[in-house]
Each structure stands twice: as structure tokens, then as C-alpha cells.
Ligand binder design. Structure first.
Ligand code: URA
Length: 291
């Protein structure tokens, strides 16, 4: 394998490495999903004790996300089905955001750039709204901008972003077809994790972006994004990656590793995180191509 040998670049791999090193997925179709809304009563009968605990509404995305942007929650139970596996979960679905009938990406950018709803406005260099195709079928959502993104005002331009670019290219995605953004539009200082309050107040911007784009699919990059966009009651990313879920946006959502986790892992062996990501991204591509 043509892994680069310099210490700073030793984790980086070329797209061709991904193709040559990682085996083909056994069955891309196994990621097909069906979403249906079963009768509430049937769900309650079907749920065991453990699942009932899971079915409690997860940490709510508060109805008062913003005083000026009305956002409310409704709770729906949906069945997310994979062949040979059916999961029933309660997902808190945000109601469509109201009051932005004439919204535009320019307006969203302007609103983000003057936003002072959390403390990150004091430490950011630039806001990082999102980048890509405004009619994308697939939106990829990370957690928050890092240092490079803060400087450039564009998501996923740093080391993790470059790794993501290679993975996307190797799977046959054209980056310009996609829309890429984060839950937070401003960088948390010292790259700390976003906190729930920050994510809540920032969510209306993401809702507005999704309302304009109207994607068919969402891909969550990493544990924080998956737990916020899908549900905090789901297991950790190592257990749910490669699976489809409903999400707070009511859009089928695929859970994947974060590229910065992948660049910390050297191995490309079968079963390693990079190998798993390779299976997942190709499953996502197969689903994307089937739309
Ligand atoms: N990590 C993220 O989650 N988002 C970025 O934009 C960059 C790194």
C-alpha cells in the first residue's frame, strides 16, 4: 500500500488506496430502508421493557430554540427497517420551520453572521454556514467547524476534511453535487465538543438550510452529529454506523464515522474503522444512486 511515510502525513491515504485496499461491500442493498408510521398502540405492544425506556422522548430540542424563530417538536414513532433487522425508536421530529417563506442562502448566511445567540460569536473568526449544491440530494452534517474552517469560513477544509474528500471521491461522489455543513456554524474554542445549548440555538439555521435544499438523504459524520440529528438514545457510533434512521429533520439519515476519527486510525484491515467507513460510504453511494 502506498501510504505516505512522513510523520505528519502518515495517516493520509490516497483515494486509490481506498479502492485497492478495501474489499467490495458484500451487499450494498442491505442498507435499503423503509420508513413507515405504525399505529402507536401496536408499537407499545411490540416494545419490550428496554425499548420502552428507549422510547421515552430523547433530550428535547426545545420548543424555544429561538424566540424569533418558531420551532416546535412533535413526537412520532417510526419503524426503520433493514432486511433481517427492524428497529423501532421514538424520534423527536422538528416541525417545519415557519416564517421563512422567502428564505435564501444569502439571507441565512447574513443571519448567521450577525447571530449572537451563544458565546461562540465572541470567539469565532468567521461563521461557517455550509458549502455545496443548494439542490443536493444528500447533505453531510458534521458537528462544528475547527480551526481551519474558522479561518476560511468553509466546512471540512482541514485535515479531516481532506480525508473526507478522498473518501467521497473514492466512492464516486462528486463533492459539488453534495451540500456539506455542521450543526454549529461557529467554532467552539480549542476544538471542544459542541454543547447541547449551542446546538439547540443553532438548529434553526440548519433547518432553514434543509428546508431550502430539500435533500432526500442526510449523512451524519461522527457520534455527536448522529446523536443530535438522529436521537441521543441511540447506541454509540461504533454500533450504529452504516445504518439508516429517521431523524429530527424527518429525513432518512445514515450514521458514519467522523473523518477525524478515521485519520487517527492507521489500520486498513478488514473490520478496522477505515475499512468500515469504506463499506459505509459505498452503501451510501448505492442508496444515493438509486434515488
Ligand atoms: N469537523 C467537523 O465536524 N466539521 C468541520 O467542518 C471540520 C471538522
Amino acid at each position: 500500500m502506498a501510504r505516505k511515510s512522513s510523520s505528519t502525513e502518515s495517516n493520509e491515504i490516497d483515494a486509490v488506496d481506498l479502492i485497492s485496499l478495501l474489499s467490495m461491500p458484500e451487499n450494498g442493498d442491505s442498507y435499503e430502508i423503509e420508513l413507515s408510521v405504525p399505529e402507536q398502540d401496536i408499537d407499545l405492544i411490540a416494545l419490550g421493557k428496554e425499548e420502552l425506556a428507549l422510547a421515552k422522548p430523547p433530550v428535547p430540542i426545545s420548543a424555544s430554540v429561538s424566540k424569533t424563530i418558531p420551532t416546535t417538536l412533535t413526537t412520532q414513532t417510526k419503524t426503520v427497517a433493514k432486511p433481517q433487522q427492524t428497529q423501532t425508536k421514538t424520534v423527536n421530529v422538528l416541525t417545519p420551520i415557519q416564517g421563512f417563506e422567502n428564505d435564501s442562502f444569502d439571507q441565512i448566511r447574513k443571519d448567521i453572521s450577525v447571530c449572537q445567540q451563544c458565546g461562540l460569536c465572541k470567539t469565532r473568526k468567521n461563521v461557517v454556514p455550509g458549502v455545496g449544491n443548494e439542490h443536493a440530494k444528500l447533505v453531510l452534517i458534521g458537528e462544528a467547524p475547527g480551526a481551519d474552517e474558522d479561518i476560511q469560513g468553509i466546512p471540512f477544509v482541514g485535515k479531516a476534511g481532506k480525508h473526507l474528500d478522498k473518501i467521497l471521491a473514492a466512492a464516486g461522489f462528486k463533492k459539488e453535487e453534495l451540500y456539506i455543513c455542521n450543526i454549529l456554524k461557529c467554532r467552539p474554542p480549542n476544538n471542544r465538543d459542541p454543547n447541547l445549548a449551542e446546538m439547540k440555538v443553532c438548529t434553526p439555521f440548519l433547518q432553514r438550510q434543509l428546508a431550502l435544499i430539500k435533500p432526500k438523504l442526510i449523512g451524519c459524520l461522527g457520534n455527536i452529529s448522529a446523536h443530535y440529528v438522529i436521537s441521543p438514545s441511540i447506541p454509540g457510533i461504533t454500533r450504529i454506523r452504516g445504518q439508516w434512521f429517521d431523524s429530527i429533520f424527518g429525513i432518512p439519515t445514515f450514521a458514519m464515522y467522523h473523518p477525524s476519527y478515521l485519520i487517527r486510525s492507521e489500520s486498513r484491515e478488514k473490520g478496522s474503522p477505515n475499512w468500515q467507513m469504506w463499506q459505509d460510504i459505498r452503501a451510501l453511494k448505492a442508496k444515493y444512486d438509486s434515488l
